[in-house]
Every structure is written in structure tokens, then in C-alpha cells.
Design a protein around this ligand. Structure first.
Ligand SMILES: NC(=O)c1ccc[n+]([C@@H]2O[C@H](COP(=O)([O-])OP(=O)(O)OC[C@H]3O[C@@H](n4cnc5c(N)ncnc54)[C@H](OP(=O)(O)O)[C@@H]3O)[C@@H](O)[C@H]2O)c1
Length: 171
């Protein structure tokens, strides 16, 4: 099963402030949507409560330790990352872990792909993703966007692909 992470971070690795994203970047949001459509999206409870709705045309799974947690209809609940991955596998869906910090950290060793958007800003937020080391991975720039009337910050999106064991051996 394919497992990917997807996030947008500032130069100083900030991903959130006050339970929300630190920016509004419509083209980055469109990239997130286009990349994750048709897949399972696994998110922590706080990331879910950032929007409190189902991301359409995706299998939405919220991870929480609260046994009676009730999201909106259509959104599934799992009590661990492992349980969420099992749910996605049962439905035959590729997986995107979409945050937050703890789920990124837990899923990173399992991920074959990481979509990382770097936003050209230094943000004084309260939520910071780990500075994952992608040396040895294949990294490809997949989107670049400049500042314009709708985008306060420029950003660049990368797809980092973990080398397969075969290609590792051949190095
Ligand atoms: N820039 C981006 O790409 C991006 C992406 C995602 C989120 N964000 C931002 O990041 C912030 C939220 O992220 P966060 O790291 O603070 O929180 P989060 O990971 O979204 O949510 C944390 C909660 O998820 C549940 N959880 C996490 N790991 C779990 C596990 N292994 N097993 C069971 N439950 C687990 C727990 O819920 P309970 O407390 O209910 O048990 C935990 O309190 C917001 O500001 C959001 O806007 C940004």
C-alpha cells in the first residue's frame, strides 16, 4: 500500500497557528486537493477540527483517542495510525497522511513519498513539523508559485520519493 505524507511548511518549519493554517494560498490548496483526490486522507483530530467537514471525494479518517468522538457523517474514526491504515487498506485506497505533527512523525518511517511545499516565509506559529532529512531520496519540484494578489507568499512544492531497496543496493 502506498503511504504518502503531504504538508506545507514555512522556511522555519511552521505548519499551523491557533488551530489553523498560517496562510491562505489558493493554488497550494488546489495542489493539495488534486494530489489527494480519490485517496484516503488520515488526519489528527485537531487538523480535522480545522475544517470540521468531509474533504470531498476522499476517504476521510480522523485519528483520536476519544472513544465517543463523532465527526460529521461520512468521516470515519480510528483510534491509532495503525487502525487508520488498516481501514484505508480494507477500502483499497492509497493513503495520504495530512497532519499534524505527531502523525507525520509516526508515519514518516512507513512513507514511500512525501509531498512537501516550502512557503517562502518565516512564521511565528505554534505548530512545527519535524525537519525530515530527504538526502538520499529522489526529489522533484512539482509546482512553483510566485507572490500575486491572491498569494501573499511564494511557494514551491516538491515530491520526495524514498529510494526502493533495489535502487539502494545498486548505489
Ligand atoms: N500546513 C500544513 O500542511 C498542515 C497540515 C495539517 C495540519 N496543520 C495545522 O496543524 C495544526 C494541527 O496539528 P497538530 O499537530 O496540533 O494536531 P493533530 O495531529 O492534527 O491532532 C492531534 C490529535 O490527534 C489525535 N492523535 C494524533 N496522533 C494520534 C495517535 N497516534 N493515536 C490516537 N490519536 C492520535 C489526538 O486526538 P485526541 O486529543 O482527540 O485524542 C491528538 O490530540 C493546525 O494548526 C492545522 O491547521 C497544517
Amino acid at each position: 500500500m502506498s503511504i504518502a505524507l503531504i504538508y506545507a511548511r514555512s522556511r522555519n518549519y511552521c505548519i499551523g497557528v491557533d488551530g489553523d493554517l498560517p496562510w491562505r494560498l489558493p493554488a497550494e490548496f488546489a495542489f493539495f486537493k488534486q494530489t489527494t483526490l480519490g485517496s484516503a486522507v488520515i488526519m489528527g483530530r485537531k487538523s480535522y477540527e480545522d475544517h470540521n467537514s468531509e474533504l470531498p471525494d476522499r476517504l476521510n479518517i480522523v485519528v483520536t483517542r476519544q472513544p465517543d468522538y463523532t465527526p460529521v457523517p461520512g468521516v470515519r474514526v480510528a483510534d491509532s495510525l495503525v487502525a487508520a491504515l488498516a481501514l484505508a487498506r480494507d477500502q483499497g485506497k492509497p493513503v495520504f497522511v495530512i497532519g499534524g505533527v505527531g502523525l507525520f512523525r509516526e508515519a514518516m518511517p512507513l512513507a514511500d513519498t512525501v509531498f512537501e511545499t516550502i512557503v517562502e516565509a518565516d512564521i511565528e506559529g505554534d505548530t512545527f513539523v519535524d525537519a525530515f532529512d530527504f538526502s538520499g531520496w529522489g526529489s522533484e519540484r512539482v509546482l512553483q508559485h510566485d507572490v500575486d494578489a491572491k498569494h501573499r507568499y511564494a511557494f514551491t512544492a516538491y515530491r520526495h520519493s524514498r529510494p526502493t531497496s533495489h535502487s539502494s543496493k545498486s548505489r
